[in-house]
Design a protein around this ligand. Structure first.
Ligand SMILES: Nc1ncnc2c1ncn2[C@@H]1O[C@H](COP(=O)(O)OP(=O)(O)OP(=O)(O)O)[C@@H](O)[C@H]1O
Ligand SMILES: [Mg+2]
Length: 358
């Protein structure tokens, strides 16, 4: 449905978008995820036609978009701030775009009715925006974009003005609506939880470039760069020295301890070992008996215990050296809680750690 081919956008000397290429399938819920300033909105604006690439091309539904102005593209866009007309009813706000196209009145009435049902606002057609909640106003903005039946709907952080709870509800709702209409959605967010929860696939962007494109689960389980590993979820990023690489694994030294790691392609030398908080096992040091086969254990002391309700986080200072390692565990009956000052042993399974060469 959408093909982005070698697209670059410069503002002065700044490459806001730097030679990106990928395709998005029909009916896909696709997210652009990355930190502030990485080029997400610029990419979306080039898709909508409000911005022109300096190099490369964009095709939508098989048609080159280079000389197609925004209003003739099969796209529509929803922004973070939903500029509704305050003096007009919900129905009139939604009908506005169709009236501009001079559609017959009966068709407009029918399409507006359908789309308001779709977004769950059937009963609110005659209200004014001032009589709606933030979540309801965002639904109106969505209805106004969908009523024109774009082939591709572009959404630029549409939920970021909502409070956390409403935001979670709207994530589920938006995904449901997308599945109902089957329209291709391209959704921009800097919130990884949001992107993981809603998307079929996610492109992680950094400094104008695409670091990885994958399903949420793949991004989480198999990040291809240390940036992605750090950006998605919560990970320890530990400086290590890779001593040797053998068939299927590497041996890396962390503050004196030799660790076996099931490694991807890597070579001897300095590297970053990435291990997710929830993959770090933590036990009372006293409970560790005779040397066990398996990965080396690191010993340390709990510096901080952070109680989060369903989970507990521990920041552990290693005995050897000055590194801290964070572990996170579910808080459940029968799972011990380690207070600050407890001597503990840390370990993880070989396959849970990842190595990224510098
Ligand atoms: N019209 C413009 N003129 C000059 N520089 C711009 C313009 N628009 C964007 N930029 C720059 O291009 C880079 C990418 O901006 P963009 O708005 O695409 O980021 P973003 O990923 O959407 O960030 P955010 O999450 O903060 O919205 C930034 O460095 C920004 O300052
Ligand atoms: Mg933006």
């Amino acid at each position: 449905m959408v093909e982005i081919i070698g697209v670059t956008k410069r503002f002065g000397a700044n490459r806001a978008v730097d030679d990106i290429s990928f395709g998005i399938g029909s009916g896909e819920f696709f997210s652009l995820l990355g930190p502030s300033g990485c080029g997400k909105s610029t990419t979306l604006r080039m898709l909508s036609g409000f911005e022109q690439p300096d190099a490369g091309s964009i095709r939508i539904a098989g048609q080159d978009m280079t000389s197609v102005p925004p209003y003739q593209r099969p796209t529509n866009i929803v922004f973070q701030r939903w500029a509704l007309f305050p003096h007009m009813t919900v129905a009139a706000n939604v009908a506005f775009g169709l009236e501009a196209e001079r559609r017959p009145a009966a068709e407009i009435r029918q399409r507006v009715g359908e789309v308001l049902e779709l977004v769950g606002l059937g009963r609110f057609a005659e209200r004014k925006p001032g009589q709606l909640s933030g979540g309801q106003m965002q639904r109106v903005a969505l209805a106004r974009a969908l009523v024109k039946r774009p082939k591709v709907l572009l959404l630029d952080e549409p939920l970021s003005a909502l409070d956390l709870k409403l935001r979670h509800q709207m994530q589920i709702e938006l995904k449901r609506i997308q599945q109902d209409v089957g329209t291709t959605f391209i959704f921009v967010t800097h919130d990884q939880g949001e992107a993981l929860a809603m998307s079929d696939r996610v492109a992680v962007m950094n400094g104008g470039r695409v670091e990885q494109i994958a399903s949420p689960q793949e991004l989480y389980d198999a990040p291809s760069t240390s940036f992605v590993a750090n950006f998605i979820g919560h990970s320890n990023m530990l400086p290590v020295t890779v001593e040797r690489v053998e068939a299927g694994h590497a041996v890396a030294r962390l503050e004196g301890a030799a660790l076996r790691i099931a490694a991807g392609p890597t070579k001897p030398g300095p590297a970053t070992l990435v291990i997710r908080f929830e993959r770090v096992r933590i036990e009372a040091a006293a409970a560790v008996t005779s040397p066990q086969p398996g990965p080396a254990k690191l010993t340390g002391t709990v510096r901080q215990m952070i109680f989060g309700g369903s989970t507990v986080q521990y920041v552990v200072g290693l005995d050897a050296g000055s590194l801290d390692i964070t572990a996170e565990h579910p808080h459940a009956p029968g799972v011990p809680v380690f207070e600050k000052g407890t001597a503990v042993a840390l370990s993880w399974r070989e396959n849970d750690a990842r190595l990224f060469a510098h």
